[in-house]
Design a binder for this molecule. Structure first.
Ligand code: EPZ
Length: 423
């Protein structure tokens, strides 16, 4: 059972100083299963120390992968794969476990992967994954909640995704690199995490054209070899710290980031009244804590990320005036709303949009984390709320943020992690 720690936050401190951003969780969660495509040892530098990474490690270890994680270097030895199964107990904890399907099919021609359930905020289908893998020639059955897939040898195809999907693009790309012939993937996702995955596959010997565009052309090869790589920075962790600085007020520098991954987000922070300067691997933000109401609509990359929607909403609760946050990627990703309302936020949800009537005050209260980014929004709100805010069930946040309370405390926030009996 994950720890039931809680955070105790006393609002009102301005933030200052610099924070080093960790490696991208959602890139690591694709790079790790990709190592299954070759037998041998891979080293993945700048791998963050997160609960989701250890969940993926545990899954891969049950399949025979030998893993070490000294510091932020992840070493994976895939020489002796003994199982082609991702059991329900694992997949239900983390949807990204489904990423093993593509590489298992690509290299071993077989896989038995539990069908992922919903997530904290609603159903998250995998139909696009399965449709694309069937187009590559996989035979797929659903048996007792498991996807059972067989493919003696995948054949290249020309496939168009009906909807841009990060996971489906990643899974299909990992299957196609060892398919016979040419595969063209159209309407492929272009999130930086997919670009990172494609570059890693090329280092392993894959032949991929169009990396970074919506059309990926893959020439199948007979086999791949292990490779090393260094992960990109986590753009969502970076955006989360920008939101913390914006709402609390102050001057903060983010180190080891890629500003190009956040161009739309940085523009919205400027619209909200923050000054934002960038260098190659740094972002400087200054905020006087008085924010303008700015409406955002999430979109696929390079649009405003759905993974920043909750954090932005927290900021808008104290931006005097009316703003609208619309999520076009997940239409029901609003579990953070009732918790923000407990802090005094005035928010009305209508379908996949929320109207926020910003005021200049929030009042501390006990609130409940429900999912990773919702938890981040509650911490952000707690930084400005009068008095004390207790955020329960912080195991959600430990899934995707490395020691967030230490990083925030180093910037001047008054935040403590304590054991909790409440849950
Ligand atoms: C990835 O999830 C991320 N997770 C999510 O981050 C992120 O919110 C999401 O991409 C969107 O950017 C990882 O990378 C591990 P999708 P993924 O397939 O791949 C629909 C976080 O907070 N869809 O791009 O599951 C789907 O319902 C997490 O770090 C289908 O309909 O997202 C959604 O509406 C949360 N059928 C849209 O596509 C499918 O087969 C985008 O989903 C697949 C997806």
């Amino acid at each position: 059972m994950p720890s039931l720690d809680k955070f105790i936050i006393r609002g009102g401190n301005r933030l200052s100083g610099s924070v080093t951003i960790s490696g991208a969780k959602n890139a690591s969660l694709a790079l790790m299963p990709a190592t299954l495509l070759a037998g041998g040892s891979c080293r993945l530098e700048n791998t963050p120390r997160l609960r989701d990474i250890s969940t993926m490690s545990t899954l891969l270890e049950t399949m025979g992968v030998v893993i070490r994680h000294p510091g932020t270097t992840l070493e994976l030895d895939t020489a002796n794969i003994t199982s082609f199964e991702a059991p329900y107990q694992m997949v239900k904890k983390m949807r990204a476990s489904f990423y093993v399907l593509g590489p298992l099919l690509g290299r071993y021609g077989q896989a038995r992967v539990s069908y992922p359930g919903g997530c904290a905020w609603g159903p998250r289908p995998v139909d696009l994954h399965l449709k694309a893998l069937e187009a590559l020639g996989a035979e797929i059955e659903i048996e007792a909640g498991y996807v059972v897939a067989r493919a003696p040898r995948l054949e290249g195809c020309d496939f168009t995704f009906d909807v841009s999907s990060v996971g489906a693009t990643g899974n299909t790309l990992m299957a196609a690199v060892l398919a016979k012939g040419t595969t063209v993937l159209r309407n492929a996702a272009v999130e930086p995490e997919i670009t990172q995955l494609a570059h890693f596959l090329v280092r392993m010997g894959a032949r991929i054209e169009g990396i970074g565009t919506h059309v990926l052309t893959i020439e199948g090869v007979d086999d791949l070899h292990p490779a090393d790589d260094t992960n990109i920075p986590d753009r969502i962790e970076a955006g989360t710290f920008l939101a913390a600085a914006a709402i609390a007020g102050g001057s903060v520098t983010l180190e080891r980031v890629d500003p190009d991954h956040l161009s739309t987000v940085l523009a919205r922070f400027r619209d909200a009244g923050c000054s934002v300067d960038t260098e190659t691997d740094r972002i400087h933000i200054h905020s006087d804590g008085c924010l303008q109401p700015v409406s955002v609509t999430t979109d696929i990359y390079p649009g405003f990320p759905t993974d920043m929607q909750a954090q932005w909403m927290a900021m808008m609760t104290v931006a005097p005036g009316r703003s609208i946050v619309t999520d076009t990627v997940y239409h029901d990703r609003f579990n953070h709303v009732p918790e923000l309302q407990r802090l005094g936020a005035r928010i009305e949800v209508n379908g996949n949009s929320a109207v926020i009537h910003g005021s200049d005050r929030l009042t501390g209260a006990t609130v409940m984390s429900t999912d990773l980014r919702a938890s981040a929004s509650l911490i952000i709100a707690g930084l400005i709320a009068d008095g004390t805010t207790e955020v329960l069930r912080v195991y959600h946040i430990d899934r995707g943020y490395e020691a967030i309370e230490l990083k925030l405390r180093n910037l001047g926030a008054d935040i403590q992690r304590v054991d909790s009996e409440d849950y």
